[in-house]
Write a protein that binds this ligand. Sequence first.
Ligand SMILES: Nc1c(C(=O)O)ncn1[C@@H]1O[C@H](COP(=O)(O)O)[C@@H](O)[C@H]1O
Length: 165
Amino acid sequence: MNDQRADVAIIMGSQSDWATMRQAAETLEALGVPHKRLIISAHRTPDRLYEFAKGAKAAGYKVIIAGAGGAAHLPGMTAAMTPLPVFGVPVESKALSGQDSLLSIVQMPAGIPVGTLAIGKAGAANAALLAAAVLALNDDKLAQRLDAWRASQTAKVADEPTDTP
Ligand SMILES: Nc1c(C(=O)O)ncn1[C@@H]1O[C@H](COP(=O)(O)O)[C@@H](O)[C@H]1O
C-alpha cells in the first residue's frame, strides 16, 4: 500500500532490498500507520535523493526509514539533508552478510544521527515499531494500537518449551 498522506517514508536503495524492507511496511500496515515506499539510491539516483530528502518535511513525512546494503550511504546522506528522524536498516549483503551495511550506517559523525537497527528483517520490523512509537507520542489511538500489538507479542510466547515446535 502506498498511502496518499503518509507519515512515514520507507526508502530503499534497490528493488532487491524489498524482501527485507517489506517487514517495515507490513508492520506499519498492521499498526495502521500511513506510509509510502520508494526506491531511492544515493549512488544511482543522487538527484532523486536530493529532491526527496530536501522536501521530505514539507511533504508531510514525520519519520524516514532508510534501508540499504553494502556501501550503504543512503540513510546517512538522507539524514544530512533533512531534520526528520532517520532510522537506518542495514540490508544483509551477499558478500559480507550485512556487516558492511551495518558499519556503513552506524558510525555517523556527531551531529548527523541515524538511528541504526539490526541487520535484516528484524531490523526493518523494529524500525517500523520505532517510527510508530515516535508518532504515538502525539497520537493516543496509535499508542493504544502499539500497546495492543505488544500485548499480542507477549501472548504468543509459550510458558514452557515443547519437543514439537
Ligand atoms: N547501498 C545502496 C545505495 C545507497 O546507499 O544509496 N544504493 C543502492 N545500494 C545497495 O546496493 C545493493 C545492491 O543493489 P542491486 O541488488 O540493485 O545490485 C542493495 O542492497 C542496495 O541497497
